[in-house]
Design a protein around this ligand. Structure first.
Ligand code: HSE
Length: 307
């Protein structure tokens, strides 16, 4: 086994409309690269960060915090250096902190000969994620580490379910270049919700899970509805309603906020429809003075991978 590993740590979409804090899926091609290196000197050191201005002190960096949690638990007879080539903008709503938090522990695990399973890795990565979002949640980490669609059945003790990915599902994303902090977009949410909304939401989560198992695209469309979180958070995202209307008219199965925003995701049946949806939403944002980026991605069923 070499003393160095280079990995691709993917972006992810949390919540998937109805599944706040439990559902997520993994994106392809959009993601960070990281190099993890075994060293004789003990401890965790972040030696390089490119792309964004992030802290080098391990205890202040999400990749460092998850690495330290794993390191302190395993107490290996070596240390690790971490290089982060950050491509996912922090605060974009597509799992930037999760990619870093998951990447460091995934790389260390590989260099140590895979002593930990994916759930154990996710547990350590949650410590890093908590630094960024002020709470331990795994709905971005689980799809980053397991790939595909995932459901966090329980955060403590951690239990992750891997859901099937229908073959023709493609994602479209728009990332308006504004920053929304997860902690702030969680702070605006109500502590209690009406029972009627809870009933609608858990019906949609159940039917979405069934639809993924049966590749029922019509049912995916009927289930990608969020009556609990979106009404509060959409006010943070300029032109959210216009984007959603344009996406659905262009044939998307559904459209909702990606994680805590500001990115918005759509799912479509076929890559051609996902590209038509991309064109439609680009037209909405082109009429504004907000900078934006769009992506079309297949669902990444592998998750983090060695390069
Ligand atoms: N489920 C979390 C939220 C994801 O929506 O706040 C944050 O990335």
């Amino acid at each position: 086994m070499s003393n160095e590993i280079k990995i691709f740590s993917p972006a992810t979409v949390a919540n998937v409309a109805c599944g706040f804090d439990v559902l997520g899926f993994c994106l392809d091609t959009i993601g960070d690269e990281m190099v993890i290196r075994k060293t004789e000197e003990k401890g965790i050191r972040i030696t390089k960060i490119e792309g964004y201005d992030l802290p080098f002190e391990a205890e202040n960096n999400v990749a460092g915090v998850s690495a330290l949690a794993m390191y302190n638990a395993l107490q290996p007879d070596c240390g690790f250096e971490i290089e982060i080539y950050k491509k996912i903008k922090p605060g974009s709503g597509i799992g930037s902190s999760s990619a870093s938090a998951a990447g460091s522990v995934f790389g260390m695990n590989a260099l140590l000969g895979y002593p930990l399973n994916k759930t154990e890795l996710t547990n350590f990565a949650m410590k890093g994620e908590a630094l960024a979002s002020k709470c331990e949640h795994a709905d971005n980490l689980a799809p980053a580490i397991f790939g595909g669609f995932t459901l966090v059945k329980s955060a403590s003790p951690l239990q992750i379910l891997e859901l099937p990915t229908p073959l023709d599902v493609f994602a479209t994303l728009i990332h308006p270049q504004i920053e929304i902090k997860t902690s702030e977009s969680r702070a605006i949410l109500p502590k209690d919700i009406p029972l009627s909304n809870a009933i609608a939401q858990w019906a949609n989560v159940g039917s979405l899970v069934h639809a993924l198992h049966t590749s029922d695209y019509d049912l995916i469309k009927e289930s990608l509805i969020d009556v609990v979180i979106e009404p509060y958070r959409k006010q943070l995202i300029p032109h959210f309603d216009d984007v959603k209307k344009a996406a659905l008219e262009a044939g998307a199965l559904g459209c909702a906020i990606s994680g805590s925003g500001p990115s918005i995701f759509m799912l479509s049946k076929s890559e051609a429809t996902a590209k038509a949806v991309e064109n439609a939403i680009r037209q909405v944002y082109s009429t504004t003075d907000i900078q934006f980026e769009t992506y079309v991605s297949k669902i990444n069923v592998e998750g983090i991978r060695v390069l």
